[in-house]
Design a protein around this ligand. Structure first.
Ligand SMILES: O=C(O)/C=C/C(=O)CC(=O)CC(=O)O
Ligand SMILES: [Ca+2]
Ligand SMILES: [Mg+2]
Length: 426
């Protein structure tokens, strides 16, 4: 694996940064009251690529595609242009590369902006959102907790199971989430009741962003699907377990997962992750040929979840695991999704499914960590938790570690606010 690519942006060479030249993730940012536009993270700075496109330093398409508050237009120019853009960015930011920026102090001051002063927005228009269930340990744990047996559903080893989620509920890191309201039924109650969820949870996931459109009726192979993936984000599929438990048979999750899904502000491109490819684990049953992979489809990305109660001086890490634990890759999921002829859009977001490792401290949800509330977890503050309480902040982090550099996604964080008073008092 190649080492750190050196940049003339000093902070991009520091051992601490998540954004070395090897990364170059894509986000949408605004400074003060300016319009949100496309930006690229480099060290502790954001490269204003909309400005550079206007100046003719970067050119992707006949029309400008970077002065927009989303990356979908870039996605739609196709994988060759994705590569060309990344190559151009590398060239102008590399030590000893094209000095168009490094030698022009005026342009440099306009183009490189301190990340700490920027507001980060949702980096794409999420056209559709699908969530999978492709983590084996998670599926076994949920079976054991909810159905009394860790046996996988009969289809699980043959199909990446998924459900269609709500694109409208996807928000960028930092967005506060109100505890959702809904209908639940206690096991010993005769009738359901309405109110705030008592079992608010997270799900630690990666999101794959589809960058290429397919026509209705057009199946894709796993290899084609792999090439269609523009990049990856961290994803927290907030879940209300009591609402979910009452509503989800037989059609699957509905309101229990439709009130907020948080993603990281930075899309790490598939190209940046290329050096970190990892194979899916050995098959427990042979897959049908259309789902078999010709190359490693996962990535070595270490993941963690931190929980910080209101007023606590610092967070407690409650889970550490790795994306390479998944049973199905995003390419397999996308192939399976499109194989019936389902049209895919640039900006389609695919949740990996909850990522749990085999040990207790590697479980990617509180449902598993507290075993449905029966075994509370301890925080460094001395408090315990079963599910999330009002004022708690949950943060997902992910890192791919190379030889002398680290690639990150920024944080994927959200604070839980009390439920909204409803119905409103008139
Ligand atoms: O097994 C169940 O009954 C429920 C499972 C989930 O809630 C998981 C889900 O949303 C899919 C995933 O993230 O793996
Ligand atoms: Ca999920
Ligand atoms: Mg959703």
């Amino acid at each position: 694996m190649s080492g750190l690519l050196k940049s003339w942006v000093e902070s991009a060479n520091s051992a601490e940064t998540q954004f070395p030249l090897n990364n170059l993730p894509y986000g949408v940012f605004s400074m003060y009251d300016e319009e949100p536009r496309c930006g690229v993270a480099i060290g502790d700075m954001i490269l204003d690529v909309a400005y550079l496109e206007e100046e003719g330093v970067i050119s992707i398409d006949d029309e400008p595609v970077l002065d927009l508050p989303f990356w979908n237009e870039v996605m739609e120019t196709g994988p060759e242009n994705w590569s060309a853009l990344r190559a151009r960015l590398t060239e102008i930011l590399a030590e000893g590369g094209d000095d168009v920026l490094s030698s022009d102090s005026e342009m440099r001051a306009r183009a490189l902006l301190p990340m700490k002063d920027a507001t980060l927005h949702l980096p794409l228009v999420v056209s559709e959102y699908t969530d999978f269930y492709a983590g084996m340990q998670h599926a076994k744990n949920m079976g054991a907790i909810l159905r009394g047996s860790p046996d996988l559903p009969a289809n699980w080893l043959h199909i990446p199971i998924g459900y269609n989620g709500r694109a409208s509920s996807v928000v960028v890191s930092g967005t506060e989430i109100h505890r959702p309201l809904g209908q639940t039924k206690a096991p010993d109650a005769d009738i359901p009741s309405f109110g705030p969820t008592k079992r608010l949870d997270i799900e630690l996931e990666m999101g794959a962003i589809v960058g290429t459109t397919t026509a209705l009726g057009q199946p894709v192979t796993v290899d084609q699907a792999d090439a269609m993936i523009f990049g990856y984000v961290l994803l927290n599929d907030w879940s209300a377990r009591d609402i979910q438990g009452w509503e989800y048979q037989p059609l699957g999750p509905f309101q229990g997962k439709a009130f907020g899904t948080t993603i990281s502000p930075w899309i790490v491109t598939a190209e940046a992750l290329e050096a970190f490819r990892k194979p899916t684990p050995p098959r427990e049953k042979e897959l049908l040929p259309y789902l078999t992979e010709n190359k490693p489809g996962l990535y070595d990305i270490s993941l963690q979840v931190d929980m910080q109660p209101e007023g606590a001086a610092k967070p407690t890490t409650i889970c550490q695991t790795n994306y390479a634990r998944m049973y199905y890759s995003a390419a397999q999921q996308l192939c399976h999704h499109a194989v019936c002829g389902c049209a895919m859009n640039a900006g389609d977001l695919l949740g990996s499914g909850t990522i749990s490792g085999s040990n207790r401290d590697e479980y990617g949800s509180l449902m598993e960590l507290s075993w449905a509330g029966k075994e509370p977890i301890s925080l460094d503050t001395g408090e315990t938790r079963t599910f999330i309480e009002d004022g708690d902040t949950l943060t997902l982090r992910g890192h791919a570690r190379g030889d002398g550099f680290t690639i990150g996604f920024g944080e994927c964080t959200g604070k839980i606010l009390p439920a909204i008073n409803f119905p409103p008092k008139t």
